[in-house]
Design a protein around this ligand. Structure first.
Ligand SMILES: C[S@@+](CC[C@H](N)C(=O)[O-])C[C@H]1O[C@@H](n2cnc3c(N)ncnc32)[C@H](O)[C@@H]1O
Length: 254
C-alpha cells in the first residue's frame, strides 16, 4: 500500500513535473507560471498570501514543497524576491531551476538543509496534505524561520468525512486541527481564508490547459499520465463535493 502510494506520488509530482518542463519549453516561457501553479490553483490566493507575508526587496523567502516552482516564479516576478525552492522530487527541482532560474534543492519538509532562522518568510502550498507527520514538517518550517517571520499556507483540509476513492499518498488534516498543529509548532495564526480555485485569469487557465494538451500529445499513451490524471481528478472531486476545502492561513513564527 505504501509502495503504491509512493509510486502514485512519484508519478504525479516527479514524472509529470519533468513532462511539464518539456511541454513549457516547447510552448514558450509565458506558460511556465500557469502550468507550474497547477497544484495551488489560484492567482488571487497567491496574492492574498503574498500580501500577508510582509515581503520587501531582499527578504529571504523559502518555498517549502515548491513543486515545479510556479508559485515561487510568480512571487519572484510579482514581488521582486528570489525564493529558495525546497522539494523532494528531483524532476520538479530541475524544472524549478530550469524554468524559473531559482535556487532549488532536493529536500523534504521534515528535514530542510538550512540553518536555524535562515528565512524571513515562507510559504507551503498544497504540501501538508501529502505529509503524514505534519508536526515534524511544521516544526522544521518554524526552525528555519526567523522569530517574527511570516508563513503562508494553502492546505487541502477536510470539513467532513471523505468518501469515495481517495488520492493515494494524501493524509488530509481537518480544518479544526490546523490551528492546534500550528500553535504546537510555535506559530501564531493571524488570518485564515479560503481559496477560490476557479478565479485565475482566463489566460492562465488557457495556458495551463495548453500545457496539459501538449503533455497528453507527447505522453498520452503512457499509463503514468492516466494515473496522474486519476490522482488529481480524485482531489478535484473531493473539492467539488465540498468535503475538502482549499484552506488558507497566515501565521507568524513566535
Ligand atoms: C500539490 S503539489 C504542490 C506543489 C507547489 N507547492 C504548488 O503549489 O504548485 C505537492 C508537492 O508536495 C511535495 N511533497 C511531497 N512530500 C513532501 C515532503 N515530505 N516534503 C516536502 N514536499 C513534499 C510534492 O512532491 C509536490 O511537489
Amino acid at each position: 500500500m505504501a509502495e503504491l502510494a509512493d509510486e502514485a506520488m512519484e508519478v504525479e509530482f516527479d514524472t509529470v513535473a519533468s513532462w511539464t518542463e518539456q511541454a513549457v519549453r516547447a510552448l514558450g516561457p509565458e506558460h511556465a507560471v500557469p502550468a507550474g501553479c497547477r497544484g495551488s490553483g489560484s492567482e488571487s490566493a497567491l496574492r492574498w498570501l503574498a500580501d500577508g507575508m510582509d515581503l520587501s526587496t531582499g527578504s529571504r523567502v523559502l518555498d517549502d514543497g515548491a513543486g515545479v516552482g510556479g508559485p515561487a516564479g510568480w512571487l519572484a516576478a510579482e514581488r521582486g524576491v528570489r525564493p529558495v525552492c525546497a522539494e523532494p522530487m528531483v524532476g520538479a527541482v530541475r524544472a524549478a531551476s530550469h524554468l524559473f532560474g531559482l535556487p532549488a534543492v532536493v529536500a523534504t519538509a521534515q528535514q530542510l538543509p538550512f540553518a536555524d532562522a535562515s528565512f524571513d518568510a515562507a510559504w507551503c502550498l498544497g504540501v501538508l496534505c501529502t505529509i503524514p507527520d505534519k508536526p515534524a514538517a511544521l516544526a522544521e518550517l518554524r526552525r528555519v524561520l526567523t522569530p517574527g517571520g511570516r508563513v503562508g499556507l494553502l492546505v487541502f483540509a477536510a470539513v467532513r468525512e471523505l468518501t469515495g476513492p481517495q488520492p493515494d499518498g494524501n493524509t488530509f488534516p481537518t480544518v479544526e486541527e490546523l490551528p492546534g498543529l500550528l500553535a504546537a509548532a510555535g506559530f501564531a495564526l493571524d488570518a485564515t481564508g479560503q481559496a477560490d480555485l476557479s478565479d485565475s485569469p482566463a489566460e492562465w487557465t488557457e495556458r495551463a490547459d495548453a500545457v496539459d494538451a501538449e503533455i497528453e500529445r507527447r505522453h498520452g499513451h503512457d499509463e503514468r499520465w492516466a494515473l496522474a490524471q486519476e490522482q488529481s481528478g480524485r482531489v478535484g472531486r473531493l473539492l467539488a463535493d465540498g468535503a475538502l476545502v482549499p484552506w488558507l492561513g497566515l501565521a507568524t513564527a513566535r
